[in-house]
Design a protein around this ligand. Structure first.
Ligand code: PMV
Length: 328
């Protein structure tokens, strides 16, 4: 039996623009998905995902992809349990040269699904590490990141950047530009996260931005402007200039809103954070619903978010400098 964990992430800057080759800076946060993989004597895969949302569920299916699990759970949960975990197990089998290895897989996660915090990437990264170690193969974090990206790319029909998977595998603040991924030497960042209890549809949101970009030159310019902002933000990050970072986060949120990916709940939480004195606040991830991230060293923003009608949960989550981690 092998157990691994991997962190979720927030986008400090650059979501959506990263899809068009602009740089982005995701940062790992201290909220983890933990995956245990135990070899079975047959070639079947049994997945237990108790904490992906409040409603746990269990699904058992074989490695035969034609067999659809017969359970009554939302599609997003089912694809989290099947598409991502199937893909991760295939990568581990491939890495270890054991194409018919069966597993009992148990997933526990502190990261809400589809809310912009990189839950699927964390599950995939942790699952590849746990399953490949269970098969006697140790992969380094860059290889896990590359394999996890393949899984996300397949499951999300080609609409995935390397940001989530690289960040989750290596931890810390990272810079992603196309296939170029590197660590940034960043200070500790006092992240506060507000979660509206919902989720956005990443595929629809990415398609919506693509249409705007094709229709309007100024939408394409907005995406280029996000790229410029990320380059400026990287300088502020390296200089540990929290005021400048906050100002740029506010700006980024405005540009993302212009691209149509914010939501009333996200705007309400962003404004609650700003009014509480946060350095800055923005949506994180695809948008449409889910989470915002703010920077505040005090407890004011967390308190204000907890009193915001649109906010279901608010929590502090500092930068996690550790990526994928062996737990057992
Ligand atoms: O909501 P998330 O965490 O899956 O982030 C999506 C970020 C996008 O830039 C919109 C798409 C991507 O794959 O980078």
């Amino acid at each position: 039996m092998a157990t691994s964990s991997a962190p979720g992430k927030v986008y400090l800057f650059g979501e959506h623009a990263v899809v068009y080759g602009e740089p982005a800076i995701p940062c790992a946060i201290e909220r983890r998905a933990t995956v245990t993989a135990e070899r079975r004597s047959d070639d079947r895969l049994r997945v237990d995902a108790m904490d992906l949302t409040l409603d746990g569920f269990t699904v058992e299916y074989s490695s035969d992809t034609d067999e659809t699990p017969d359970i009554d759970v939302p599609d997003s949960l089912l694809s989290a349990a099947t598409g991502y975990v199937d893909g991760a197990i295939s990568q581990a089998r491939d890495a270890a040269g054991a194409s018919d290895a069966g597993f009992e897989v148990t997933i526990e996660s502190e990261i809400p699904l589809g809310a912009g915090l990189g839950s699927s990437a964390a599950v995939v990264v942790a699952a590849i590490d746990a399953a490949s170690r269970e098969l006697g193969t140790d992969l380094d974090s860059r290889e896990i990141a590359a394999r996890a990206y393949e899984v996300e790319y397949d499951v999300q029909n080609g609409q995935a950047s390397r940001a989530d998977t690289f960040c989750s595998a290596t931890g810390g603040a990272v810079r992603v530009e196309g296939s170029d991924c590197s660590a940034i030497d960043a200070p500790n960042l006092p992240f506060v996260i507000g979660y509206d209890g919902g989720a956005g549809d990443t595929g629809d949101l990415v398609s919506g931005v693509r249409e705007l970009r094709e229709r309007y030159g100024f939408a394409a310019d907005t995406i280029d402007a996000i790229g410029d902002l990320v380059r400026e933000g990287e300088r502020a990050l390296v200089a540990s200039d929290l005021e400048a970072l906050g100002e740029l986060m506010d700006f980024d949120h405005g540009l993302l809103s212009a691209l149509g990916v914010s939501a009333r709940s996200l705007d309400a939480m962003v404004w609650a954070a700003r009014d509480a004195g946060a350095f800055g606040a923005k949506l994180t991830g695809a948008g449409g619903g889910g989470c915002i991230v703010a920077l505040d060293e005090s407890e004011e923003t967390t308190g204000a978010l907890r009193h915001t009608v649109d906010c279901a949960e608010a929590f502090r989550a500092e930068l996690d400098t550790e990526g994928v981690r062996k737990e057992a």
